[in-house]
Design a protein. Structure first.
Length: 498
């Protein structure tokens, strides 16, 4: 069995998650059984819905908090009638706007608000119970009630103090009790019928102990912020083989005697004796990491190059490309994809390319600020935030891709862009842009942080470049990343682990 562990604090459909979905396809093609474990997050939507959009099968997904009950990963099918049957015969008045159904109980001091699953008119994702204008409970459903959150008033807001997780038959599987600073200091207690657990990290370790890992299993750890991958995932993986996957640049700086690893990778890179193999996205990063291990640690661990993604096929437009249409995609988070710079560059470029348009795909906490910027720059008629979508059949509608990311060690969106024949304009950051973009042949690389240069690169692309030649060169770059080649690489590495 292959287990892929991913730790993150909030739901974010970014490159790591997309890379895991590609990995799932590879393992399926190789006939390997794999599970993808998602830890320490409570998504706004049903996690099954989120994972299905990325391409995971229900049977492949383990949500750490749901692992300890017998409720399976499932679409939301719990209906309004089922909810109403729990009211115990009480009279109620019903109203709603399509997405939210409100139940008011005459003579009572509380009411229910049922939030429906996206794209349904009856399936209940969650119910909020409001008493005296204060939130006191949320119930979450798939095909049954899977957990409830309990709130108490505190300093003019509703404080979450308890989560209770249920089995299919409604019995309590376990409880999560939180202190005032639970989200910051991990002040949390888990109450099981036979034990108490005192941290999320210990909970993850308990989950791994119940997986009953053997020497025939492989544990893949997607390096992400937080200590849980360090203590729980790495230290509890024995006797399985451990692969640590790097998704970004791995060090800050170095001199003749010392190297300063990035904090999120520090434990894994400082303890190569605990890791059976490391995975990077590019041979350039693999070579550098091997050299650093030899120089600073005097060890030579197995470092392999396994790109985070592959392509099923090259994509060609069915109805032509939209003239001077730019696309950018990625998580809308501060300090990552820098979509504000993408917008500013597009606004500047439009002064020379009057019919230029820009569509940005993705979601995240920066969305509000980006909408404010669009209003401020008065560019809403040609710059659009399009939300999260599967882009398999979207890239090829555009003429070019633009990126303002300064940390793309691979860049799934870059691969998907060149796989659809798009030239790219972006920052000259290691390693992704340098791998997918040959200067002047299928795009332009500009100095990191040079927003003015980004705009000029877009202008050059649309006014000077041989666009047909650039497109063909992008297809050539992408052809080396077809899924068949990725499958053989993974098969080789997993064979070594046996």
């Amino acid at each position: 069995m292959i287990y892929s562990f991913h730790h993150f604090y909030y739901w974010s459909k970014g490159g790591v998650e997309s890379g895991m979905a590609y990995r799932a396809k590879i393992f399926r093609a190789l006939g390997l059984e794999a599970k993808f474990v998602f830890a320490t997050t409570f998504p706004n939507a049903n996690i099954q819905h989120e994972m299905q959009m990325l391409g995971f099968l229900d049977s492949e997904v383990i949500w750490m908090y749901g692992f300890f009950s017998d409720c399976r990963i499932s679409p939301v099918t719990y209906g309004l009638k089922q909810l109403e049957n729990t009211f115990g015969g009480k009279e109620y008045a019903i109203s709603g706007n399509g997405d939210v159904v409100k139940y008011v109980f005459p003579g009572e001091h509380y009411y229910y608000q049922a939030y429906l699953a996206p794209g349904t008119d009856d399936a209940v994702h969650r119910v909020e119970i409001i008493s005296n204008d204060r939130l006191i409970r949320k119930d979450y459903y798939t095909y049954c009630k899977i957990y409830s959150e309990y709130y108490t008033p505190m300093e003019n807001y509703s404080h979450l103090y308890l989560r209770r997780f249920f089995n299919e038959d409604g019995t309590v599987a376990y409880e999560e009790v939180m202190g005032n600073e639970a989200m910051v200091d991990d002040v949390v207690l888990y109450k099981f019928p036979d034990r108490l657990i005192y941290s999320r990290e210990e909970l993850a370790g308990y989950m791994m102990s119940r997986l009953k890992l053997t020497g025939q299993d492989v544990v893949l750890i997607d390096g992400e912020p937080g200590k849980i991958h360090r203590s729980a995932f790495i230290l509890n993986a024995f006797p399985a083989k451990v692969g640590f996957i790097l998704h970004a640049d791995h060090y800050i700086c170095s001199d003749e005697d010392h190297v300063f690893w990035y904090r999120i990778y520090e434990y894994a890179l400082s303890h190569p004796e605990k890791i059976d193999f490391y995975v990077t996205n590019t041979e350039a990063q693999s070579a550098l990491l091997r050299e650093q291990f030899k120089q600073y640690k005097e060890v030579e661990p197995l470092v392999v190059t396994l790109p985070a993604a592959g392509l099923d096929e090259l994509k060609y437009p069915k109805n032509g490309r939209r003239r001077h249409a730019l696309i950018s995609a990625g998580r809308l988070a501060p300090g990552e994809k820098n979509m504000n710079w993408v917008i500013e560059a597009a606004v500047e470029a439009r002064k020379s390319v009057p019919d230029l348009t820009l569509d940005i795909y993705g979601e995240g906490e920066e969305e509000g600020r980006l909408r404010d910027l669009i209003r401020q720059l008065e560019c809403g008629d040609y710059v659009h935030l399009c939300g999260f979508q599967k882009l398999d059949e979207v890239y090829q509608e555009y003429e070019a891709y633009v990126s303002a990311s300064w940390s793309e060690t691979f860049g799934v969106t870059l691969l998907e862009a060149v796989g659809s024949g798009l030239p790219i304009v972006g920052f000259d950051s290691p390693y992704g842009m340098q791998m997918f973009v040959d200067e002047g042949e299928n795009g332009y690389r500009v100095p990191v942080g040079d927003v003015d240069g980004l705009g000029k690169g877009i202008i050059r692309l649309f006014t000077e470049a041989d666009m047909e030649g650039f497109r063909q060169h992008s297809y050539e770059k992408a052809s080396g990343y077809l899924m068949e080649a990725m499958e053989k690489k993974w098969e080789n590495v997993l064979g070594k682990m046996k």
